[in-house]
Design a protein around this ligand. Structure first.
Ligand code: GLA
Length: 691
């Protein structure tokens, strides 16, 4: 990262450069985010009309660090209020500190005791740039921080900039939409205390013409699991700045004297080669720099929720475990209903000891049985919650978020514990540590089933802090449990996919993608999910038909083939599956284990041919294609499916048929799929590149 005169710096990644400059008013300006530039080329940016040293009357400059101050009428990622009421910042550039793959700009307010550090970090082999902001109150009076975005990303000028986003709701997470960006500010975010089903903290910008395989894309993701907002601002001349940060309107953080506020990481990525290329780069980043155990492939798990819900005994769980093991499952997860008085969703949440009627001898016998079946044992918990009908709530009614003279709104008969309180966080950590220390638990499904309401903290002199400290304390508990129980693996769940982000993925191993396990609906959910998160974390269960949620009937192979595009799991009631389905399920689980390294660790490419859609995963010499087609129109035959990213000079053996294909033909003309002409046809195709 060579520094240049005048005050211009470049953050280089293997294929991109991000160039910033400090202008004559000490403001940090984004000059370039795109293909890699040489130092000489980067300097030439100063000759462009956008140059900070060629002010154009009437054109609003674009800032990498938008600090609220005079004449800055656009979105400002940094907004504070000093104790005397002053809101404008006047930041002076102090220094740029360069490290290995690391660049930090330090600014200090010209009068008030505030130091601002904005940091850029890159990793070898990745085009992702991570940014954070740190604010330090160097005085004694508190400073109110109204907004502290981790990063503002200046996107180069585009004719018709388009926004891609992931929206949704419960049972319909990560729906991908692309819309032309309107002038002004477009804000997406969550005020729910959790990442949310409604919006995922990721956006992509393109020129309106990118496809899956062509065109430049600028994307950003926020690594935070609490409330957040991403502001996409299109200025009067069409320029776009994307600003991402934690918190939401109208909450503010009080920064006491001597205190430092560190924001979560906002990661930015510029790619060429279309949306699939951007997604692939995010997946590689997740595997190399986010996930705690990237080298592991995730086991095929069985989860008992849809089979039994709240109605089971230890023996029921044992019978399910035996059937799951016979099918080839490697991890058995007992879901909700094992603890306290939790025989329905009205009681017991918060009391993390085994229900004595269901487990008179504790969890030991079941765990022993599961391990005896050759599987690991996992268990469901929802530690941030409490049912009012629980011993915990009776003992500590003040431990939930609440406000004086206001109702305590329940969702699913539960309230949210004030995890921001250190004593509550310590208590939750201790209960979980006890559970994990007393039992040989290999895996935890950590759920969070309701958003915050009446989010108050009576008695606190800084109650808005709860929005930040809840998430920070959650992270700290997870980090501590992982450190003390190094073999433990964790699944993040929030009524399905309500807490999926790079913050939680730093300390968990997979996520529960959606409570909607309908294979047809899952295709869209998984496509959206895959824009940013890798298949390696995308939990996908095969459940019963008709589907319990949608009542849609879908053949077993189709259900499996869709789930095999992620972390395959089984979640159906195996007690009622026919012998034939159990046997076919076992074959498909065995198929999955062969293709698993390519799916979970390989490069994903979405495919389409007529009514057939699917995905291709490549790793080393292995190419795996999973395809599905809901129905054909007018009995038209399926077109050939063109594969992507193949070695055009190589030959590939189709492991189903033994036939050898030329890479050049598969790419230019495609592969004959031979799908069943009936509705809900699907297939898994394994190709091996021949030496
Ligand atoms: C949530 C989860 C489900 C299941 C139930 C149990 O809805 O998303 O998978 O664990 O809770 O109550």
């Amino acid at each position: 990262m060579p520094a240049h005169e005048p005050r211009l710096w470049t953050i280089d990644t293997p294929n991109t450069s991000y160039v910033v400059a400090v202008d004559e008013h000490d403001r940090l300006r984004g000059l370039h985010w795109g293909p890699r530039l040489s130092p000489e080329q980067a300097l030439a940016l100063l000759d462009l009309p956008e140059s900070p040293f060629r002010p154009v009357i009437g054109r609003e400059p674009r800032f990498d660090l938008g600090a609220a101050s005079s004449f800055q009428y656009g979105h400002n990622g940094l907004q504070v209020r000093f104790s005397d009421g002053t809101r404008d910042l006047e930041l002076a550039f102090t220094e740029a500190i360069e490290g290995d793959g690391d660049l930090t700009f330090v600014f200090t307010d010209r009068h008030y005791p505030l130091e601002v550090r904005t940091r850029y970090r890159s990793h070898p082999g990745s085009d992702v740039i991570e940014r954070t902001l740190a604010l330090r109150n160097t005085g004694t009076e508190p400073i109110e921080v109204v907004r502290a975005d981790s990063a503002s990303w200046v996107v180069p000028g585009l004719d018709t900039p388009r926004l891609s986003q992931l929206h949704g709701e419960w049972g319909a997470e990560t729906q991908l939409t692309r819309t032309t960006i309107p002038y002004g500010e477009t804000v997406i975010g969550s005020r729910r205390g959790v990442t949310s089903h409604q919006a995922n903290p990721w956006v992509a910008i393109d020129d309106g013409e990118a496809t899956e395989t062509s065109g430049p894309v600028w994307s950003t993701a926020l690594a935070w699991s609490g409330t957040w907002r991403i502001t996409v601002e299109k200025g009067p001349t069409g320029s776009v700045v994307v600003s991402a940060g934690f918190g939401h309107d109208p909450i503010a953080i009080r920064l006491g004297g001597g205190e430092t506020l560190e924001t979560p990481i906002a990661a930015g990525l510029h790619t060429e080669g279309g949306f699939a290329s951007a997604a692939g780069a995010w997946h590689e980043y997740a595997l190399a720099h986010v996930l705690p155990h990237p080298e592991e492939v995730r086991p095929v798990l069985y989860n008992s929720w849809e089979a039994t819900e709240f109605d089971f005994t230890a023996e029921d769980q044992m019978r399910l475990a035996e059937r799951a093991a016979a099918m080839g499952c490697e991890l058995f997860v007992m879901d909700d209903g094992w603890f306290g008085a939790r025989v329905n969703d009205r009681a017991g949440l918060g009391d993390w000891t085994p229900n004595p009627d269901r487990f008179p001898d504790g969890l030991g016998p079941l765990i022993k049985h599961v391990h005896g079946c050759g599987m690991r044992f996992g268990i469901w918990v929802e530690p941030e919650m409490v049912n009012p009908d629980s011993d915990l709530y009776r003992a500590h009614p003040d431990w939930v978020y609440h406000q004086p003279h206001r109702r305590r709104s329940e969702v699913r008969q539960q309230l949210v514990l004030n995890l921001a309180r250190p004593d509550v966080a310590d208590y939750i950590h201790a209960r979980l540590d006890e559970l994990l220390s007393r039992n040989e638990i290999d895996f935890v499904k950590w759920d969070m089933n309701r958003p915050f309401t009446e989010a108050g903290w009576p008695g606190s002199d800084d109650p808005d802090r709860l929005w930040f400290d809840h998430t920070r304390n959650l992270y700290a508990i997870l980090d501590r449990l992982r450190a003390d129980h190094p073999n433990l693996r964790i699944e993040s769940c929030s009524s399905g996919g309500g807490r999926v982000d790079f913050g939680i993925l730093r300390r968990t191993d997979q996520v529960w993608t959606s409570d909607n396990t309908d294979a047809v609906d899952r295709i869209a959910i998984q496509d959206g999910f895959a824009q940013v998160y890798p298949a390696r974390v995308m939990g996908a269960w095969v459940t019963d038909s008709p589907n319990p949620l949608t009542r849609r009937e879908v053949p077993l192979d189709f259900r499996f083939h869709v789930a095999m595009a992620g972390v395959l799991a089984v979640g159906g009631d195996l007690r009622i599956w026919s012998d034939e389905d159990q046997a076919r399920g076992a074959e498909l689980v065995a198929d999955y284990k062969r293709i698993r390294p390519a799916v979970q660790l390989g490069r994903r490419r979405p495919l389409r041919a007529g009514a057939v859609t699917g995905v291709q995963y490549d790793r080393g010499d292995q190419t795996v294609v999973l395809v599905w087609r809901r129905s054909r129109a007018f009995a038209y035959p399926d077109p050939l499916l063109k594969l992507q990213g193949l070695d055009l000079d190589a030959r590939y053996r189709d492991e189903r048929t033994g036939r050898v294909h030329h890479g050049a033909i598969l790419a230019a003309h495609g592969l004959e799929l031979g799908l069943d002409p009936a509705d809900y046809a699907s297939a898994m195709i394994e190709l091996t590149r021949l030496p």
